[in-house]
Design a protein around this ligand. Structure first.
Ligand code: SF4
Length: 309
């Protein structure tokens, strides 16, 4: 008989749960709240929130630069919500200056990373962010590393590999700085961040080089990854539920695959394929931080239906 084992930690993290609750509490269908960019990387949640009056602003999902003034212009009146991933300092200042009501749901763990970015630059350090350059949270953190002239003192580094870091160090405009503050996108994996720090040490051996490492990783995400890894070792196949654009859902899938277990990343129950489970006895179920409980339950129900269990 096939069995489904659910991860003991999965789904909405504290930051997303908090952001969604705050926005739902503030919004009314006749008095909407407009979010700056995508609220969570999950289309199901975004649609449900929209019905309750939490609207996503059309246009680019920008969180840095001068977009705050343009956002205020688009909203004109009403309230603007900052999502769990946060926005850059300039965007926040422009929104505040516009006089609009701001509903700030930035996750406290992201705020902490933003504050470190700001502090590093104030103290004269260049910031290296180990993260995805296209990710909203990372672009928001960059927005806190700008000086008075608006120039950013941060570099986003995508890969922890020695080859990639060597390229970054050797081709750094004006020469690689001697004082760097290191941080990571909150949802990155601990092993990868450790590799990033270690490889940079191997490349920069000179005595006048200083590194200040801040652990900006999210404990909710690392906990989920550890639980998913342990579960993947017990089962024949893993199903990982979450939005396609959700970085932490993708990382969960990678973590499962690193245990040698096949993992399927799906957004919802319709994507399940019975052929994935032929000859399988144990199926593990986990979900990314932006996946609501009802989505996970729907996937489990569909699995039971497909496999007649
Ligand atoms: S994954 Fe972590 S850092 Fe990101 S919103 Fe959730 S709790 Fe906050």
């Amino acid at each position: 008989m096939v069995k489904i084992l659910r991860a003991s930690e999965m789904g909405f993290c504290m930051g997303v749960r908090r952001a969604v609750q705050i926005m739902q509490g503030e919004a009314r269908p006749d008095n909407p709240v407009y979010s700056v960019g995508e609220i969570v990387h999950n289309p199901h949640v975004v649609r449900a929130l929209d019905a309750g009056g939490v609207r996503q602003l059309p246009g680019p999902d920008e969180v840095d630069g001068d977009i705050g003034a343009a956002t205020a212009e688009r909203v004109k009146e009403g309230r603007v919500a900052i999502t769990a991933h946060g926005v850059g300092q300039r965007v926040l200042e422009q929104l505040e200056a516009s006089g609009l009501d701001i509903v700030d749901t930035t996750c406290p763990i992201v705020t902490r990373a933003q504050r470190y970015g700001q502090k590093f630059v104030r103290d004269g350090w260049h910031v290296l962010i180990f993260g995805d350059p296209g990710h909203k949270e990372v672009r928001g953190i960059v927005g806190w590393t700008r000086d008075g002239k608006g120039e950013s003192h941060a570099t986003i580094v995508e890969s922890a590999s020695l080859e990639h870091l060597r390229e970054v160090v050797e081709n750094f405009p004006g020469g690689f700085p001697n004082k760097v503050g290191l941080m990571a996108q909150t949802t990155h994996k601990m092993e990868d961040f450790a590799k990033f720090v270690g490889n940079l040490m191997l490349l920069k051996r000179d005595h006048n080089f200083e590194m200040h490492v801040v652990n900006t990783l999210c404990h909710a995400t690392t906990g989920q990854q550890e639980v998913a890894a342990a579960l993947a070792q017990q089962v024949d196949v893993m199903v990982v539920v979450g939005g396609r654009k959700s970085a932490n859902t993708r990382h969960l899938k990678e973590v499962c695959e690193e245990q040698g277990t096949t993992a399927h990343h799906i957004e919802g129950p319709d994507e399940l394929d019975a052929s994935w489970f032929e000859g399988v006895e144990l199926i593990g179920l986990t979900a990314g931080a932006s996946t609501p409980d009802y989505s996970i339950d729907e996937v489990e129900a569909r699995l039971r239906e497909l496999l007649k269990i």
